[in-house]
Design a protein around this ligand. Structure first.
Ligand code: ADP
Length: 327
């Protein structure tokens, strides 16, 4: 994998320029205030010196001069504080916008690296399997194993392409979901069966309420359930079970997918629904993925007037819950 070497120096240069400019602006403001205050004091002294001490209105005039000095000081102070507030407001705004921009570009680079890997691996595996089948006379068992492995990889490629396609369509507002009455119980059951076929050695426990309906789009809802199930299986050990629950109560339909895996740290719970977000580093991470799955889940749930959240599962792992209004 190609290491990303450009990002840290660029961030360093931008941060350095930013802090130099900010320091310069604040120092210039401070210098401006000190200079004006000195000028004010000098003018006041000159005007006081010009007064004749023996004239009868000396006292009133000197009080007026001192008052004028105070007014000027207050004016400079007011202007200075306003400028400082504006500079600080702009600085915070620029800082946050730049940070966000860097994070997005970092995530996009992560995504590009992940996707290259994700696209190449299934193609290479399928190619190798097919070449083996073509060149060698294998017994029936081995043939079936290679075929099912190739189908699995093709399926992974298909899911990946669908995710990318839907993400770009949803982003561009180019996707208008159809609103039909969907038997969500059957849909979830179908996804679980499909998952069991794809991962025959994994334990998937289901508690699926009967005849639960949703208004929405079958394809998107399938994508939601599959992404949540795939993540639960991907981010938990092979021997740990995954539980899926579908229930209806208080006019809400609730889908919960729980695992007993590594869980999501509290500091990342908010971020994982962002586009391209993946915890850890692309160079060191072992689990495959693109960081699009949960982003799509959130978009799909919102498209169905619902909300999605993640909590810690007991004793370990995480629980993803999607809640929808009933059909
Ligand atoms: P991907 O799985 O392709 O990386 P997702 O958008 O599906 O992208 O997930 C984003 C991140 O959220 C993952 O990289 C992973 O760190 C974390 N995550 C998602 N599901 C789980 C889970 N069930 N357990 C632990 N971490 C998870």
């Amino acid at each position: 994998m190609i290491p990303v070497t450009r990002r840290p120096p660029r961030l360093f240069v931008v941060s350095f320029v930013y802090w130099v400019l900010l320091t310069y602006m604040v120092a210039a403001l401070l210098w401006w205030f000190i200079a004006l205050d000195k000028q004010n004091r000098d003018i006041t002294n000159i005007r006081l010196n010009e007064l004749r001490k023996d004239e009868p209105s000396y006292f009133e005039k000197s009080v007026a001069i001192m008052e004028a000095k105070k007014r000027k000081t207050a004016q400079y102070l007011g202007e200075g504080v306003t400028f400082l507030a504006l500079i600080m407001f702009g600085a915070v705004y620029v800082y946050r916008a730049t940070r966000r921009q860097f994070r997005v570009s970092q995530q996009q680079q992560n995504f590009m690296m992940a996707i290259t890997h994700e696209l190449k691996t299934p193609i290479a595996v399928a190619q190798l399997n097919l070449e083996t089948l073509q060149k060698r006379k294998l017994d029936e068992d081995k043939q079936q194993k290679l075929i099912s492995n190739t189908l699995q990889e093709a399926n992974r490629l298909n899911v990946l392409c669908n995710n990318i396609l839907f993400a770009s369509q949803l982003d561009a507002g180019a996707y208008s979901p159809t609103n039909e009455e969907v038997n969500f119980s059957d849909l979830v059951e179908g996804c679980v069966d499909d998952c069991r076929n794809r991962f025959p050695h994994r334990v998937i426990i289901e508690h699926i309420g009967e005849s639960i309906y949703l208004t929405g789009e079958t394809l998107l809802l399938q994508m939601l359930v599959n992404n949540l199930l795939d993540n639960a299986l991907k981010y938990s050990p092979k021997e740990a079970p995954v539980t899926i629950t579908l229930s209806e109560a208080s006019q809400r339909v609730k889908l919960v997918v729980s695992d007993e895996g590594f869980g999501v740290p509290d500091s990342e719970k908010k971020n994982i629904f962002e586009k391209f977000y993946r915890s850890g580093n692309e160079n060191t991470r072992k689990a495959k993925g693109t960081g699009l799955g949960l982003y799509l889940c959130k978009k799909i749930v919102e498209n169905h007037n619902g909300y999605i959240s993640v909590t810690d599962n007991s004793p370990s792992g995480s629980s993803f819950a999607a809640s929808f209004p009933v059909a």
